[in-house]
Design a protein around this ligand. Structure first.
Ligand SMILES: [Zn+2]
Ligand SMILES: [Zn+2]
Length: 486
């Protein structure tokens, strides 16, 4: 099928990364790829003429009878050079959460040039681009803009060399290690494709560039800054995230809970310090903290329904400064993950109960009970209303070749896109995944069990041309379905 030709689009970025060698075989000139693609499209349009939707052919397309879907794929192929130039530029110049000033300005300019009504500085550095095109649904399309405090080690030609200071004053490199650069690139391409097809849809586009996803603040900041009051209120919302566990060009979708509630919790364990040789004069917060860590394991293993996944991880245990001093305090830093609000509340209550219970068992006085802080940087779980998710998956399966759209299990990661749905549960909301792992790397990992770089890894180098072209096509196809005329 012609859409399969998309798999052969060239991976043009000369890479020194671990993927580079594997990619060299596919390094072909873009014109050759496009020629092959167009030839395939022509053949396919004959083959599939009887199934062709009634939409008009697009300007680029070679045949008047080409289905609208292949016209989108053809436009994406035509735009690939420009998309990759934007991608490389964004990749080389990442900005940390909440500091996406240049990124936002750069992309706002492009949206203005496309005649969107653009508002900047929404919820910090957020951008809202509105296009009204008659009566119909209001579709929110979201991309996030922030990079991470990671020193890039991909070896890509256009790897980030940016260095900056975190808000905590730590000197760091900055990298688009979560692939938000692919999100922004596909977002701009989707905007372009939809503007070019204004006569094929009706309704309102609310395209938003969101800051500070990685710290769980951006979606909330935009909502609090009047996203649903100052701008048309969405009836539908879509987004995608690149995936480090799916083959490049594969689309994953998860009906229902897709990503978890993510809580950060501090436990300040208080004791009574003293000399290490005279423990009887102290209340040792290290021993108490250790008991708390061990007992916390029973929250998931003994109290939680095994069918309702949860995670309680103590990621940091800080206490003491010297061999022979029992400190006054110990500090435990936890990440806590769940799906439902009820389970989240139960886990937080359990952490408080166990901490207090262990302190009582250790004989700590009432005024020195552990202090529990549930941090403000909470990211709520991401929920894809199942009926709508299946509907959207059906649209994607109708567009992409067999096997490219797969149902994937929920994950314990977090993503604040879920806030847009939580703020108004009448919204039909859908986030999906677009794989970025080169096929040969995926096969190699399956064969020998080698670990692939995950999102946030300094080695994460998605096969960006496939991510961006697949995502652009997918977002456009979904948007045209949601905003369809009739
Ligand atoms: Zn991330
Ligand atoms: Zn991300």
């Amino acid at each position: 099928m012609f859409r399969e030709r998309g798999r052969d689009t060239p991976f043009r970025d000369a890479m020194k990364s671990p993927y580079a060698a594997a990619q060299q075989g596919r390094f072909i000139d873009m014109r050759h790829a496009l020629t092959a693609f167009m030839a395939a499209v022509s053949l396919s349009s004959i083959a599939s003429a009887q199934n062709a939707p009634d939409s008009a052919a697009q300007p680029l397309t070679a045949t008047a009878s080409m289905p609208a879907q292949s016209a989108i794929a053809a436009d994406v192929a035509k735009d690939l050079d420009g998309m990759m130039a934007l991608y490389r530029d964004l990749h080389a110049s990442p900005e940390l959460s909440g500091q996406e000033v240049n990124t936002a300005a750069k992309l706002a300019k492009r949206l203005k040039a496309m005649k969107f009504d653009v508002s900047e500085k929404v919820g910090g550095t957020g951008v809202v681009a509105v296009m009204k095109n008659g009566n119909g649904p209001v579709l929110l399309i979201r991309a996030d803009m922030d990079g991470l405090p990671v020193v890039e080690q991909t070896g890509l030609d256009f790897a980030s060399k940016v260095r900056t200071k975190t808000p905590e004053g730590v000197e760091t490199g900055v990298m688009h290690a979560c692939g938000h650069d692919t999100h922004m690139t596909a977002f701009i391409e989707t905007a372009k494709l939809l503007v070019a097809r204004k006569d094929e849809w009706k309704g309102t586009l609310v395209m938003i560039l969101q800051p500070a996803e990685e710290v769980g603040k951006g979606a909330r900041a935009m909502l609090e800054d009047g996203l649903y009051n100052r701008f048309p209120r969405p009836t539908h919302a879509i987004a995608f995230h690149d995936a480090a566990n799916l083959e490049a060009g594969t689309i994953g979708y998860t009906p229902g809970y897709a990503l978890a509630n993510v809580d950060s919790i501090d436990i300040r364990v208080r004791g009574l310090g003293g000399h290490g040789a005279y423990p009887q004069t102290t209340k040792d917060p290290i021993v108490l903290g250790s008991r708390i860590v061990t007992s916390l394991q029973t929250l998931v293993s003994r109290e939680q329904d095994p069918q309702d996944p949860a995670v309680v991880t103590v990621g940091s245990f800080q206490a003491g400064a010297k061999h022979n001093i029992i400190p006054d305090e110990a500090l435990l830093l936890l990440t806590v993950r769940s799906y439902s609000d009820e389970t989240r509340a139960k886990l937080i209550e359990g952490i408080k109960r166990i901490s207090r219970g262990e302190a009582i068992a250790a004989g700590v006085p009432e005024d020195k009970m552990p202090l529990i802080t549930v941090k403000d940087e909470f990211t709520p779980s991401t929920y894809n209303p199942p009926e709508f998710a299946e509907e959207m998956a059906g649209v994607l399966k109708g567009n992409f070749a067999d096997g490219r759209v797969v149902k994937t299990p929920a994950a314990m990661g977090g993503e604040d896109f879920g806030r847009f749905y939580r703020a108004d549960k009448s919204i039909k909301s859908f986030i999906f995944w677009v794989g970025g792992v080169p096929a040969d790397k995926m096969a190699e990992a399956k064969a020998n069990g080698a670990a692939l770089p995950s999102l946030h890894s300094p080695f994460w180098a998605p096969q960006a041309d496939k991510v961006v072209s697949t995502a652009s096509e997918a977002m456009t196809v979904l948007a045209l379905d949601i905003l369809k005329k009739n």
